[in-house]
Design a protein around this ligand. Sequence first.
Ligand code: ZN
Length: 236
Amino acid sequence: MTDLAALLTVQELDNTTGALRHRLATLPERRVLDEANALVAALDTELAGRAAPQRELEREQRRIEGEADGIRAKADSENRRLYSGAVTALRELQAIQEEISSLRRRSAQLDEAVLELMMQIEPLVDSVAELRARLTAAEAAADTATVALAEAEVAVNAELQATVAQRAAAAGEVPAEALARYAAARPQLAPSTVVRLVGSRCEGCPSQMPAVEVDRIRHLEAGLAECDECGRLVLH
Ligand SMILES: [Zn+2]
């Protein structure tokens, strides 16, 4: 009886292994990590979408500032020429003065354009900064979730490893033929492929065995009978 009884232990450990594998596949920590990663990806995309127009406007701002600087430098140099004494003809002096006025008007227009751009950029900068802060927080949460998942996996895997070792030891005690019958029947009948005979009843179903049959198998050497009703292996 001891040999065959070990089959019940094998079955129990197989059930435990199945439950542990299921736990490993459905760890709540994995769902938390998946959600954290999805949030990081969404914020990343949103950030890229908002940062691009900001960069575009900033480029335009630098271009106009550069143009305005060039115009101011030209006006300054014309101004120096005006007062250098090198030019004496009235007509030419007037022409230089008009040129300086025109350059100053143009640079004032460009300064105006830069101010308008800065007003467009300001809210973008704020919203990009706010998004960046949210992304940083989401990345930290994803890191924490990664660690939590790894810890949970290590714990379940340790249990799984111990169970597999126990199962191997228990299976070593079961006659090979009984183990093979169990393995063949388990896919249809797990988690209760092997059951005990309780009184004259198969433990797996309400079916009563004929008293004569029960009496007969009770006097036989320990073995596995097959329940006519449910097909389970009945240990007696
Ligand atoms: Zn049965």
